[in-house]
Design a protein around this ligand. Structure first.
Ligand SMILES: Nc1ncnc2c1ncn2[C@@H]1O[C@H](COP(=O)(O)OP(=O)(O)OP(=O)(O)O)[C@@H](O)[C@H]1O
Ligand SMILES: [Mg+2]
Length: 161
């Protein structure tokens, strides 16, 4: 298992981490983002999407539950699904919405508030946990599969001092 912990001084550090992650993404990755409201999950995903070639707006999927994007990965276009399940009331809602169909080797899935869907979700490749600490954030990235391990092994990121 690969486990990395960083202290992110400010929003620009969170964005840099998102950009670094964009450079090591692989198709099929499922990345679950944990942490309190306003801890940085959407900020990270937004920066990652921009680095991966998305040029339009990145809305928080708070009300839509999911926003789809098309990104470039190693010369191929791949669908990236950005979920925010905060407003989901039970795991069945996830299944009824057909969200399981989005999880396959051809997509990349980022999920905020994955805990709301619990058992309905496939296992994550990487867990990212944010904690508000002082003026910044402590973030921990943990690989949970071989694919996730490879991704974190290649990650190059140093927060600014
Ligand atoms: N490392 C950091 N240090 C301090 N502030 C940060 C840092 N990273 C992001 N922020 C700020 O914290 C807030 C994070 O908001 P964001 O929408 O990303 O949170 P979220 O985890 O997605 O919340 P929600 O669960 O409500 O969707 C933003 O105001 C952003 O500017
Ligand atoms: Mg968010």
């Amino acid at each position: 298992m690969q486990q990395l912990t960083f202290y992110l001084n400010d929003e620009s550090d969170t964005c840099e981490l998102g950009k670094s992650l964009a450079r090591v993404l692989e198709s099929g990755l499922k990345i679950y983002l944990h942490g309190d409201l306003g801890s940085g999950k959407t900020t990270l995903t937004r920066a990652l999407l921009k680095e991966a070639g998305h040029t339009g707006k990145v809305k928080s999927p708070t009300y839509t539950l999911v926003e789809p994007y098309v990104i470039e990965l190693n010369g191929h276009t791949v669908d990236l699904l950005h979920f925010d399940l905060y407003r989901m009331s039970c795991p069945e809602e996830f299944l009824e919405a057909g969200f399981r169909d989005h999880f396959n080797e051809e997509t990349v899935c980022f999920i905020e508030w994955a805990e709301k869907a619990e058992s309905a979700l496939p296992a994550a490749d990487i867990d990212v946990s944010f904690e508000i600490s002082g003026d910044g954030r402590t973030v921990e990235l943990r690989s949970l599969s071989e694919k996730g391990f490879r991704c974190l092994e290649n990650l190059r990121f140093v927060p600014h001092q």
